[in-house]
Design a protein around this ligand. Structure first.
Ligand SMILES: Nc1ncnc2c1ncn2[C@@H]1O[C@H](COP(=O)(O)OP(=O)(O)OP(=O)(O)O)[C@@H](O)[C@H]1O
Ligand SMILES: [Mg+2]
Length: 363
């Protein structure tokens, strides 16, 4: 891979020309993102009209069950989707549409300024190179003027930052000599090698056991405090989001169905799907022998034949059928606070129900 010249300022000469609805102070903005994949049965609507903003210093959680479009959204931001994917919409980095940027600047932004920790990080390290060499490569690919000794210092510092003990020694080891949690940390070290403005972490902990998960999340928190970067944390686990994120976007069947602060999402969910997810989580102060957690009935829909109207209507206890729930796609709208929005025709009813109300007493 060719190195980029350090002297290229990634935004030099590119004036911000974002439309008025893209906040000037957002680091990353996604607008009306659609991604379809062709398939024998017809197009797979993996992402359907998703828009969101990420600001400096914040952690935005993207949650939703398997197949809801979380990874495809991040791959679209990184420009990593296969050619056959049909993509529309815009991604803005500091107010500049990525689409308008020359290749050289785009390469610097994707990878250095917007970095990603992949969902399959445990297999993403190359077995034939030492961990240190792979982190060094991540540094030099975007900074070819840096001296060899400086690179080594950075590698060791990065490994230390992600909590790898004895980093000078561990840098010389191969991935197979690292445990799963250590490899995940090494991947995080690689992704922050260039001090990205935005770090996208796609399920950084799913493959790990609970203790290691907590440690990796702590590492993410530490990185954020130190670098002031913005983090997009993708997970199907609302518990992880509760502990770490500032704001949350809930996805269902490729659409954003609710966005708000962590407190808004957890204490006054306005979308029935969010409510259902919360009701299926155990609470720490709850006696697990007495309480039966909620299960959202049914299965996630096919993304080829997405249910008409609100995609959640076949599973929804609030739905009024056929109209409007199976006839009109609900737009994201606010009930009170403008920043807390949900795509439900009846969010005024949903917000009156607490997740605990959906739990039942165990017999
Ligand atoms: N390269 C691809 N080609 C065809 N379909 C794809 C491709 N990548 C993803 N999809 C489909 O897009 C939909 C959304 O997938 P995505 O990987 O974004 O889900 P996810 O929310 O990340 O799920 P998980 O929690 O399991 O990681 C799925 O139905 C998936 O099968
Ligand atoms: Mg995924």
């Amino acid at each position: 891979m060719p190195s980029d010249d350090l002297s290229v300022d990634e935004l030099e000469g590119v004036e911000p020309e974002a439309p008025p609805d893209v906040p000037r102070d957002a680091v990353l903005s996604v607008r009306n993102l659609h991604v379809d994949f062709p398939s024998d049965d017809g197009p797979v609507h993996a992402v359907d009209n998703v828009s969101f903003d990420v600001f400096e210093n914040e952690i935005v959680g993207i949650v939703g069950e398997s197949g809801s479009g979380k990874s495809v959204t991040s791959m679209a931001i990184m420009g990593l989707l296969p050619k056959r994917a049909q993509i529309s919409g815009e991604v803005y980095f500091r107010g500049r549409a990525l689409r308008d940027l020359p290749d050289k600047q785009l390469r610097r932004i994707r990878g250095a300024k917007i970095a990603m920790v992949f969902q399959d990080a445990l297999t993403a390290l190359d077995p034939v190179y030492t961990v240190g060499a792979q982190i060094a490569e991540a540094i030099t690919v975007h900074d070819r003027h840096i001296g060899k000794a400086d690179v080594q210092d950075r590698v060791v510092e990065l490994l230390r930052l992600v909590g790898i003990p004895n980093p000078g020694h561990r840098a010389k080891e191969y991935p197979h000599e690292f445990s799963g949690g250590m490899r995940q940390r090494a991947m995080i070290a690689m992704s922050i090698a260039n001090e990205p403005d935005v770090l996208i972490a796609d399920e950084p902990t799913t493959a790990l056991d609970v203790t290691i998960q907590a440690q990796v999340l702590e590492v993410m928190e530490r990185i954020q405090e130190r670098t002031n970067s913005a983090i997009i944390l993708i997970t199907h686990d609302l518990g992880v989001v509760a502990g770490l994120a500032d704001r949350v976007m809930v996805m269902y069947a490729g659409r954003a169905v609710e966005t708000g602060t962590v407190d808004e999402i957890f204490y006054s969910p306005q979308h029935p799907y969010t409510l259902g997810l919360l009701a299926s989580l155990p609470r720490l102060d709850e006696d697990s022998r007495r309480v039966r957690l909620h299960r959202i009935k049914g299965q996630p829909p096919s993304l080829v034949h997405v249910p008409s109207g609100c995609a959640f209507h076949p599973r929804c206890q609030f739905a009024r059928l056929p109209a409007p729930c199976s006839t009109e796609v609900p737009a994201l709208r606010a009930i009170d606070d403008l920043d807390h929005v949900a795509a439900c025709h009846f969010s005024e009813d949903v917000v009156k129900v607490r997740p605990d109300d959906l739990k039942t007493e165990a017999s």
